[in-house]
Write a protein that binds this ligand. Structure first.
Ligand code: ZN
Length: 630
C-alpha cells in the first residue's frame, strides 16, 4: 500500500536501547559478560505480583501481565552476585557507565541534569529479580540534524539491562542473570519523524553516533529499537524489540497501513450500524458429530463458545497488514488467556468445519447474513476469558484504534503485547545515593570523532580506499589500528587493516585462539614487516604461531617457521653471488635487470625474506655495480 504520509499526519519517534561496553555492571562490580546457560551453578525462583505505585493506581499493563500467574526461574553464575539475585542492595552508580552516557548526551546536544536520581520502574514480566528496573535520567532536550529537519531528542536515561529470557513455558519463565544489570542508555526522540524512510535515517544516524564513542557493545541484541507511531486520527502505538535497522522502514510503513485500514473499517462499521453483543453462547452441541480435528481435540474436556458481531461480516477477514486481518487482532487478544486462537465465520468453512456446521452455528447464534460469529474451542473458562478479550477488542474497532504496546514481527508486521503502560510507574530507589554532575565535569567531556569524520580522515591521512577506511573506522579494532599506526610509522595501512579485519577473523574461524594475540604482538609484527624482514604472505602463519605460543616474541615465532632467519649479511652474500654470475646481463640491461634477477634470488629465499627487501638490496647493489663499470 502506498500512502501519502504527510496527508495521513504520520508521526513517529524512536526509543533506542544500547548496551554500554563497561567493565562492570551498573549497580555492582560483576563483569558485563554473557555466559552459556549450561555454566549456571545456581537456580532459584520467584513470583511477582503487581504493587501499587505512589500514585495509588495499579498499572493496567501490570495487571494484564499477571492474569497468568507464572513462576520465574533464574539461572545464576559464578560471575553474578547477590545484587543481581536481589538479596543485597545495589552499589553506587557505575561512574564509567555514567561518563559514556554523558559523552553521548553531549553528542546529541542535550541538556545534562545537575543531579542524578536513581528511580525504580515497575517491571512485572519477571525480567528483573527485584520487580523493577533502575533508571537514571541523565539529559533532556537535545536534537540531531536530519534530511527531514531537526529531530528532537527528548530524554537520555542510564538503565540496567533486563535478564535474558531463556524459555517461556505455560506456567513458568526461565531467565538468565548474566545480562541483568549491564548498563544501557535509553534514548527517546521526539515524535518528529515524518516518514518510514526518515525513521530509518534517524535510526542509522543515532546508531552511528553511539558507535562513534567506541564504548558501546556490538552484536545481535546489544541494540534494540522501539518505535512509537501514530497517524492523525489513529492512536499512539509502541512497537517493541526491533533488532534490525533494515526492518524499521517496513515497520513504520506497515503500522501506518494498519491504522489507516482500521480507520476505514471503523467508518464502514458505523455506516452499517454494527454492534458487539456481549452474550457468550455455548455452541458445543453444534459440533457433536464434527470431524474437524482441531475442534475434536479441544472438545476433550472442553467446550466451544461463541459470540455474534452484528454487522461485522467480511470485515473481520479484511487484511490490515500483509497477511494479518482484524481477526488476527482479535486472536492476539484471545491468546492472552492461553487459548491457541479463534475461528471466525469470515474464514469458514475451513479447518475441517463443514458448511452445514457453519449454518447450524449461525442459527444457534441467531446471526444474520451481515454478522460475523467468533468462536473459541478450549477449556470452558479459558474460552470464556478469550471471548471476553475479543469483545473488548471488537468494541474498540467501533470506537478507536487502541493504544497498545506491540511486538515487532520479522516481516515488518506487529502483534499485540499489552496495553500501553501508564505514566505512574516510577518511584525513588532509596538504596542508591544521588550523583551530582558538576559544571566542570560537563566542561571536561571530550567529544569523540564521528565515524563519518574518521573515515574521511583515514582516506586522507593513510590513503586507504573508501571501503577499507569505512571498515576500520566502524570497527572495534579501530583503537588498535590507531595504536599500530602511531607506534609503527612505516607500517602499510592497507596491510594493517586487512590483517585486523580479515586475517584475524579467518584465523578465529579456524579456531585459532586469537584472543592471545595482543597489541604488542601486532606492533612487533608490523615493525618487522615494515623493515622488510617478514614477507606479507607469512603474516597469517606468524599470527597463528603467536596465538598458540603468545610467550614467544614475534621475531622468534617467525624464526620457528623459518621466516626471517636469513640475516641481512647472508642475503647480501646470495645477492652478490647472483650479481657476479650475471654481470653481462646487468651491463646489457642496466637497472631493468632487477626484475628478472629478483626471480633468481627469490628461488633460494622465498618465504624467508620479503620480496620488498630483496628488491631494495638488489637495486642498491646493481646501481653501485653499474656506477663502477661506467
Ligand atoms: Zn553483581
Amino acid at each position: 500500500m502506498s500512502l501519502d504520509y504527510r496527508a495521513l499526519g504520520l508521526k513517529a519517534g524512536l526509543e533506542i536501547h544500547q548496551q554500554l561496553d563497561t567493565k562492570e555492571k551498573l549497580f555492582c562490580g560483576c563483569p558485563t559478560l554473557l555466559r552459556d546457560v549450561k555454566e549456571s551453578n545456581l537456580e532459584f525462583f520467584r513470583y511477582l505480583r503487581p504493587t501499587q505505585s505512589e500514585m495509588g493506581v495499579v498499572d493496567k499493563a501490570a495487571l494484564e501481565e499477571v492474569k497468568l500467574t507464572k513462576r520465574f526461574i533464574y539461572k545464576a553464575y559464578d560471575t553474578t552476585c547477590l545484587v543481581e539475585n536481589d538479596e543485597e542492595p545495589p552499589r553506587e552508580l557505575n561512574q564509567e557507565a555514567l561518563q559514556y552516557a554523558l559523552v553521548i548526551a553531549r553528542m546529541l546536544n542535550m541538556h545534562i541534569v545537575d543531579e542524578l536520581y536513581t528511580m525504580r520502574k515497575i517491571v512485572i514480566d519477571g525480567s528483573n529479580t527485584s520487580g523493577f528496573q533502575r533508571t537514571d535520567l541523565v539529559a533532556t532536550k537535545g536534537f540531531l540534524e536530519s534530511s527531514g529537519g531537526r529531530v528532537g531528542i527528548d530524554v537520555l536515561c542510564l538503565e540496567e539491562e533486563a535478564a535474558q529470557k531463556i524459555e517461556d513455558k505455560v506456567d513458568s519463565v526461565i531467565y538468565s542473570l548474566d545480562r541483568l544489570g549491564i548498563p544501557l542508555v535509553e534514548i527517546g526522540t521526539a515524535p518528529d519523524i515524518v516518514s518510514p524512510a526518515h525513521a530509518r535515517e534517524v535510526a542509522e544516524k543515532l546508531g552511528m553516533i553511539l558507535r562513534s564513542t567506541g564504548r558501546v557493545k556490538r552484536g545481535i541484541g546489544t541494540i534494540r529499537q522501539d518505535i512509537n507511531i501514530s497517524i492523525a486520527e489513529g492512536a499512539r502505538v509502541e512497537i517493541k524489540g526491533v533488532q534490525e535497522l533494515d526492518l524499521i522502514e517496513a515497520i513504520v510503513e506497515q503500522e501506518a497501513a494498519r491504522q489507516f485500514v482500521l480507520l476505514e473499517i471503523k467508518k464502514e462499521l458505523i455506516k452499517r450500524r454494527a454492534s458487539v453483543s456481549d452474550k457468550i453462547v455455548d455452541v458445543t452441541h453444534v459440533f457433536a458429530n464434527t470431524s474437524s480435528k482441531v475442534i475434536l481435540k479441544a472438545l476433550k474436556g472442553g467446550s466451544v463458545l461463541a459470540i455474534n458481531l452484528p454487522g461485522f461480516a467480511g470485515l473481520v477477514g479484511k487484511e490490515i497488514q500483509p497477511g494479518r486481518r482484524l481477526g488476527t487482532e482479535f486472536s492476539d487478544r484471545a491468546k492472552k488467556s492461553g487459548v491457541g486462537g479463534i475461528f471466525h465465520t469470515d474464514e469458514l468453512p475451513n479447518y475441517g468445519i463443514t458448511e452445514e456446521e457453519v449454518r447450524a452455528l449461525r442459527n444457534a447464534m441467531g446471526a444474520q447474513d451481515g454478522d460475523c460469529v467468533i468462536m473459541v474451542a478450549d477449556a470452558k473458562e479459558r474460552a470464556k476469558g478469550a471471548l471476553e478479550a475479543v469483545i473488548i477488542r471488537a468494541r474498540e474497532a467501533l470506537e478507536c484504534i487502541p493504544e497498545e504496546t506491540r511486538r515487532a514481527l520479522p516481516d515488518g508486521n506487529s502483534a499485540y503485547m499489552r496495553p500501553l503502560p501508564g505514566a505512574a510507574r516510577m518511584y525513588p530507589e532509596t538504596d542508591v545515593p544521588p550523583v551530582e554532575i558538576t559544571e566542570e565535569r560537563i566542561r571536561n567531556i571530550k567529544l569523540p570523532e564521528l565515524i563519518e569524520e574518521r573515515k574521511a580522515r583515514y582516506m586522507r591521512q593513510f590513503k586507504l580506499n573508501e571501503e577499507l577506511a569505512g571498515q576500520i573506522a566502524r570497527s572495534q579494532n579501530m583503537p588498535l589500528f590507531e595504536t599500530i599506526m602511531a607506534k609503527v610509522p612505516g607500517a602499510n595501512p592497507t596491510m594493517v587493516v586487512r590483517t585486523l579485519e580479515t586475517t584475524l577473523y579467518e584465523l578465529e574461524k579456524e579456531s585459532v585462539p586469537v584472543n592471545n594475540i595482543k597489541e604488542e604482538h601486532l606492533v612487533q609484527l608490523f615493525k618487522l614487516q615494515s623493515e622488510g624482514r617478514i614477507p606479507n604472505e607469512a603474516i597469517g602463519s606468524i599470527l597463528k604461531t603467536s596465538a598458540n605460543k603468545p610467550e614467544l616474541s614475534v621475531d622468534k615465532a617467525a624464526q620457528s617457521l623459518g621466516i626471517g632467519v636469513v640475516e641481512t649479511s647472508d642475503l647480501e652474500t646470495v645477492i652478490d653471488k647472483v650479481i657476479e654470475s650475471k654481470m653481462d646481463f646487468i651491463k646489457e640491461k642496466g637497472l631493468n635487470s632487477v626484475g628478472p634477477l629478483m626471480g633468481v634470488v627469490m628461488k633460494d629465499l622465498r618465504g624467508k625474506v620479503s620480496g620488498q627487501e630483496i628488491s631494495r638490496l638488489l637495486k642498491e647493489k646493481i646501481s653501485k655495480k653499474l656506477d663502477t663499470v661506467k
